[in-house]
Design a protein around this ligand. Sequence first.
Ligand code: AMP
Ligand code: ZN
Length: 111
Amino acid sequence: MDCIFCKIAQKKMNATVVHETQSIIAIKDIHPQAPTHLLIIPKKHYSTLLDCADRELLADMLEAAKTLAKDLGVDSKGFRTIINTNEEGGQTVFHLHMHFIAGRPLMGKMG
Ligand code: AMP
Ligand code: ZN
């Protein structure tokens, strides 16, 4: 399948990996919207959140966000996790992923 996040998860395409577990990989976003902008990507392909019924995997993604927050020391200051879904949700890469954003005040909307 011609999917960039599958290729990154399979290490067939370069990315800056910051965290990895059996089920997810976390990388630096190539166009950061804040000093810290990571993507938590399941290794298994699901096009959108709506296509994923794997509760354990969804929990793994949230647990990865908590681990990253602690490891990066942004847990007390705060961070934002976002899953964009479909066109009006702002999804551009159709492989489920969660944004992890921190390092500046994030009031109101993302951006
Ligand atoms: P979304 O708009 O929610 O689908 O988010 C896709 C994100 O993937 C955007 O923030 C892009 O900057 C990011 N992105 C696209 N290609 C790459 C890549 N090769 N490596 C890292 N991040 C990427
Ligand atoms: Zn994929």
